[in-house]
Design a protein around this ligand. Structure first.
Ligand code: FES
Length: 72
C-alpha cells in the first residue's frame, strides 16, 4: 500500500527507513532519496514512525511544512 503517492513510497520503504534510523518525516524522505512534493503523506509517515518508535507526533515532523510553505 502506498504511503506517499507522489514519490511512490510504500509502507515497506517507510518502515525500512525507520528501521535504518529515521526518527522524523524528513529523515524518512532523506533515507529514501526523495523529498516531499505535496506533503499530504506527512501525517501518515509520522503515524508510522510513532507506531514503530512510540515517539510523540510533535517530535516526528507531523507538522512539517509543505514545499510551497517553505518557499513562501
Ligand atoms: S503524497 Fe507524499 S509528497 Fe505527495
Amino acid at each position: 500500500m502506498y504511503v506517499c503517492n507522489c514519490k511512490g513510497l510504500n509502507e515497506r520503504h517507510v518502515r525500512g527507513a525507520i528501521d535504518g534510523g529515521a526518527r522524523h518525516v524528513a529523515g524518512v524522505f532523506h533515507a529514501c532519496g526523495e523529498s516531499p512534493q505535496c506533503a499530504r503523506c506527512v501525517k501518515r509517515i509520522a503515524a508510522l514512525i510513532r507506531a514503530e518508535k512510540g515517539a510523540p507526533m510533535a517530535l516526528v515532523g507531523a507538522h512539517m511544512p509543505s514545499p510551497q510553505q517553505m518557499e513562501a
